[in-house]
Structures are given as structure tokens and as C-alpha cells.
Design a protein around this ligand. Structure first.
Ligand code: PEP
Ligand code: MG
Length: 577
């Protein structure tokens, strides 16, 4: 038996037979040339570029899924990048080698540079470069890129690497799970498998070298583990874990079309958090009431240049159209903090307290205005709500709202249609905003509490620093009192309060949050049905009593222990927590 540990890239537990795909070497023709051969290699390169372009375009037209098309469009942009072409041409001229050799070398240099950048997002783009170079090499070799895999039966696909285009080309229904040697959670393949709901463990090291075709493999995408040829005892344990998981999943699936209604009829609507339109299919399948948080910075972080108004409009429109009539709450650019983008000149000593989110946007009005225009245009295609991150007080909120009104006015003058009744909200994730909730509530249609940051700033504990992670406590009385105060102030002004931090997806917090009075919870779709199941099993009265009891306690340890016991008493199967 062998166990591979990797990154849990997409949730689920699946048992099946392995089908191993190891990318044969690109087999570029490695040929030295004389100086008089340069012209013909440059010509071969130009021809390959043109043909690869046609192939990608063709591929793109055959994709029904607009996210798949977007990724292929990104590949097209890379293919057309003059710098990429220049470097290949220079490589041919300086090293006197064949076009194929130069394509392979230059692409690998680009890809390795990204892979080693230490930035998960950039590392994810390395695969895209390799993908584009495959198109190009195949065009240069005179044959179309085709993955040598036919999926005639359901398999666990084990690969050294897999390109988004290869995943598109495969019959996704036949892929029970995916195991990759490399990759990062933010790579396009990882994003896509989550969107397709395929359990996946990635960054396993060398799984594809140790697993053989036909091996029985168990992939646990919840824990990031892959078991190969499990021995008898482990197999038994895993069988039980597998059966429990299956039972659990089947039970949860029954919740998809149900309301999140508590025993006495009180409702807490559950929404989904997404990073881009690629996740909309998953949201539609999850039974969510809509999208409560669309982190728009994803669009800005995935490409080397800033997305244009048109590109943003298309992305927002895609999500809105498919979700309609359900609401899509798009948060304006929350860049900075732990999301550093050096191209934007954000590089600070103390970024968490620095030039972040609306602070950045208000000083880069060009970027902010472009986004607001794109949002306004997109508002005609569905039920859009807009919210602003990191608001710290009234002046900042007023400045943002003022600019928003100005952009609206500009659109009116230009005859651009938009939803005049568009709802606008603010995130509450800075303690000063929490303390001024009554003031801010008068200016907006809704609040969304960002507990990831609210906890960080309330307890003064960097959410990304492992050394002080023990202090990062959602059950800290200061955090719970803050949430309660925000909810009460919002309700006093008659506005809706959502909570979209990770607390919303933690089943241990579900009843407490309902008891604290949240109207909506927004979370990653994987947790949604579990939270719905829990909330449907208690009454709002029980939840309120729990919240009251907890609010009178003096330490997070006491609260944590109390809630764990409370949940264990109520739910027999509270083992997943
Ligand atoms: C939050 O702070 O809780 C939140 C949802 O925003 P982010 O995690 O993107 O900062
Ligand atoms: Mg936040």
C-alpha cells in the first residue's frame, strides 16, 4: 500500500481504477541549423503560430461553458504576446536551433520562472504557458494536439500534469477523481475541477510514477490523501470512511432543493462565495439562493495586465445572466493586504493596515471607475448587488458612494443603461465600522460581515501568520459581541445583514450565527448543504438561547467547548466537524 499526501484541491471521496497519464516529453525536434537556415525556421514559427491560433479558436467555439472559453481566450492572448514571439525568434537566431527547440526552451524558461515565483497564482499560470507551447509545438510538428486518452469507463485520472485544454477535451463524466503530481490550488486546472465537482488531490509529488493503470485508488479530496492498493486493514477502514462519506453525501443531496428553514419556519438564506464566473455552475448545482460574495480581485490577479472595462463587463455579465433571477453580490476590488500585486505598485511594510481595497481604489480612481462602469453595464443582465470592502467609517463610505453616483451620472449622459435600483452594501470587517454600524447602516441597503478580517483586526492578529494562529479565534467574546452589535444596529435601521467570512462555512458556527440574528450566510458551496442540514434541525428559539448563553461567557475556550458539546448533543453524526 502507498499513501500520497497532497493538497485537497476539490472535495469528495472516491474509489476507482486508475488511469495514468504521463506527458510524453514534448518531443520537439532538436536540430542545430546554420545561419542561412534562420529565415526558414522563423517562417516555420510564424506558420505554427497561425495554426495554433486556429486550433485554439476552434476549440474555444466548441466550448459551451463560457469559463472554458475564457481560459482558451487567455491562451490566445499568451500566444499572441509579441514578447513571447520575440524571445523565441531571438533564441533561434542566437543559438542557431530549430523553431521547435526554441519554442520548447523559451516556454519552459517562462513556465519555470512563474512556477518558482513563490506566488501561488503565478505558479498556476505556468501550466497555461506549457499548454500554449504544446499547441504551438504540435502545430510546428504538423499534427494537432490530442491527448492520447480515451475514457471508455469511469476512472481516477492520475497525471503528472494536466492542461486546462486537455481537461476540456476529456469526458468529465468519466473522471471520478483527479490526482496530479504538481499544481497549486489556484491553478486553472484546480479551479476547473472544483467547478466540475471532480474530487481532486494535487501536488502529490510523484504519484503518477508509482501508480499503474488499473490500480485500485481511493482519493480523499477532503483530506488531500490518495491511497493506492490499500492493504486489508486500511482498506477496511477506508471502506467505512468511504461508505460514511457516500451516505453523508446522499443525505446532503436531499437538501439541494429545500429552503434553509428552521424548525419553526424562520429562514436563514444561504449564498455562495466565488472568485470568478467559472464557479457559477457549481453554485447553481448547490442549491444556493444566490452569490453573496464574488471576489472580483480574482479577475485582476489572474492576468498580467489590468482587465479592461469590456473584459470585466463580460465576466460579470456571464455570472449575472446564468444566475438570474438570483442575486449576485459583486465586491469591488479588494487588492492589497495579503493580496499583493506588485504591478499595481502595492508593496508595503505593513500591508494589512495599509493601502488596501477601497483605500487603494479611491486613490486609483481610474481603476475604480473602470470597474464601476463595467458593473453598471452588467447590471442590466441580472440581479446585481454591489458591495465595498474595508470601509472604515462614514467619510470613506461617502467618498465611495459619491464616486459611484458620479459614474452613474456619466453613464446616463453617455446613454449607457443600468439598473437604477441597484442595491449597494458595505462589508463590515474593520472594528471602527463595526462600532459605527448604526451610522453606516443609514447609508446602504445591506451589510456583509467579513469575519476573516473582522477577527484579524479585532484581535490584532495577522490572519496569515502561523506563529500567532492560536490567537485567531472566531469564538472570541470580542468577535461575537461585535457581530451581535452589527446585526442589531443593522436591523434597527431595517437593513439585511449577511456574513461572508469563513465562519459562515464552519458547521460548528451555524446555529450560533443564526442565533445572533444573521439573515444570510455566504460560503464556499462545498459546505452549504451541511450548514443547511444543521439549521433545518433546530428552531430559531434554540439558536437564540444558545447565542444568549454564549454571549454571557468570558473566554473563547469556554465558548468553544460549550458549542462543541451542544452540537454533539444535538447531532449524532457530528463527526465531520
Ligand atoms: C472577510 O474578510 O471575511 C472576507 C470575506 O473577505 P476576504 O477573505 O476576501 O478578505
Ligand atoms: Mg475581507
Amino acid at each position: 500500500m502507498r499513501i500520497f499526501k497532497g493538497i485537497a484541491a476539490s472535495e469528495g471521496m472516491v474509489k476507482g481504477k486508475a488511469l495514468v497519464f504521463r506527458r510524453a516529453s514534448m518531443a520537439a525536434e532538436r536540430r542545430h541549423i546554420f545561419a542561412d537556415g534562420i529565415a526558414s525556421e522563423l517562417k516555420a514559427l510564424a506558420k505554427a503560430l497561425g495554426e495554433a491560433r486556429l486550433t485554439i479558436e476552434e476549440h474555444s467555439h466548441s466550448q459551451l461553458n463560457s469559463e472554458s472559453r475564457q481560459i482558451l481566450e487567455a491562451h490566445l492572448l499568451m500566444l499572441e504576446d509579441p514578447e513571447y514571439r520575440n524571445q523565441i525568434e531571438t533564441y533561434i537566431r542566437t543559438n542557431l536551433v530549430s523553431a521547435q527547440w526554441a519554442i520548447e526552451e523559451v516556454s519552459e524558461q517562462y513556465a519555470s520562472m512563474l512556477a518558482q515565483s513563490g506566488d501561488e497564482l503565478l505558479a498556476g499560470r505556468a501550466d497555461d504557458i506549457r499548454d500554449v507551447s504544446l499547441y504551438l509545438l504540435d502545430a510546428a510538428r504538423g499534427r494537432r494536439q490530442e491527448i492520447e486518452l480515451r475514457l471508455d469507463e469511469d476512472v481516477v485520472l492520475v497525471a503528472d500534469s494536466l492542461m486546462p485544454s486537455e481537461l476540456f477535451a476529456l469526458d468529465k463524466k468519466r473522471i471520478l477523481a483527479l490526482v496530479l503530481d504538481g499544481g497549486g490550488r489556484a491553478s486553472h486546472v484546480a479551479i476547473l475541477v472544483r467547478a466540475f465537482n471532480i474530487p481532486a488531490v494535487i501536488a502529490t509529488g510523484r504519484a503518477s510514477h508509482s501508480i499503474n493503470d488499473g490500480d485500485e485508488v481511493i482519493v480523499d479530496g477532503n483530506w488531500g490523501e490518495v491511497y493506492v492498493r490499500a492493504d486489508f486493514t486500511a482498506a477496511q477502514l477506508l471502506d467505512e470512511r468511504y461508505a460514511r462519506w457516500q451516505e453523508h453525501e446522499a443525505e446532503l443531496q436531499q437538501m439541494v432543493n429545500l429552503e434553509t428553514q428552521m424548525l419553526d419556519g424562520a429562514r436563514v438564506d444561504l449564498y455562495a462565495n466565488i472568485q470568478g464566473p467559472v464557479e457559477v455552475d457549481g453554485v447553481l448545482a448547490s442549491g444556493a439562493s444566490g452569490i453573496g460574495l464574488f471576489r472580483s480581485e480574482f479577475l485582476f490577479m489572474e492576468s498580467a495586465s489590468l482587465p479592461t472595462e469590456e473584459q470585466q463587463y463580460q465576466a460579470y455579465k456571464a455570472a449575472l445572466e446564468r444566475m438570474a433571477p438570483k442575486a449576485v453580490t459583486i465586491r469591488t476590488l479588494d487588492i492589497g493586504g495579503d493580496k499583493i500585486v506588485e504591478e499595481l505598485g502595492i508593496d508595503e511594510k505593513n500591508p494589512i493596515l495599509g493601502w488596501r481595497a477601497v483605500r487603494f481604489c479611491l486613490s486609483r480612481k481610474d481603476i475604480f471607475t473602470t470597474q464601476l462602469r463595467a458593473l453598471l453595464r452588467a447590471s442590466m443582465h441580472g440581479n446585481l448587488k454591489i458591495m465595498f470592502p474595508m470601509i472604515s467609517g462614514l467619510e470613506e463610505l461617502n467618498a465611495v458612494l459619491h464616486l459611484f453616483e458620479h459614474v452613474k451620472e456619466e453613464c446616463r449622459l453617455e446613454g449607457i443603461l443600468f439598473d437604477e435600483k441597484i442595491e449597494v452594501g458595505t462589508m463590515i470587517e474593520v472594528p471602527s465600522a463595526a462600532l459605527c454600524a448604526d451610522i453606516l447602516a443609514k447609508r446602504v441597503d445591506f451589510f456583509s460581515i467579513g469575519t476573516n478580517d473582522l477577527i484579524q483586526y479585532t484581535i490584532a492578529v495577522d490572519r496569515g501568520n502561523e506563529k500567532i494562529a492560536y490567537l485567531y479565534q472566531p469564538f472570541h467574546p470580542g468577535v461575537l459581541r461585535s457581530i451581535k452589535m452589527i446585526v442589531d444596529k443593522a436591523h434597527a435601521e431595517g437593513i439585511v445583514v449577511s456574513l461572508c467570512g469563513e465562519m459562515a462555512s464552519d458547521p460548528l458556527c451555524s446555529v450560533l450565527l443564526a442565533g445572533l440574528g444573521l439573515d444570510e450566510l455566504s460560503m464556499g458551496v462545498q459546505s452549504l448543504l451541511q450548514v443547511r442540514k444543521i439549521l433545518r434541525s433546530v428552531s430559531s428559539e434554540e439558536a437564540r438561547t444558545l447565542a444568549e448563553e454564549v454571549l454571557s461567557m468570558d473566554s473563547y475556550q469556554t465558548i468553544h467547548t460549550y458549542i462543541r458539546e451542544w452540537m454533539h448533543d444535538r447531532f449524532d453524526h457530528f463527526t465531520t466537524i
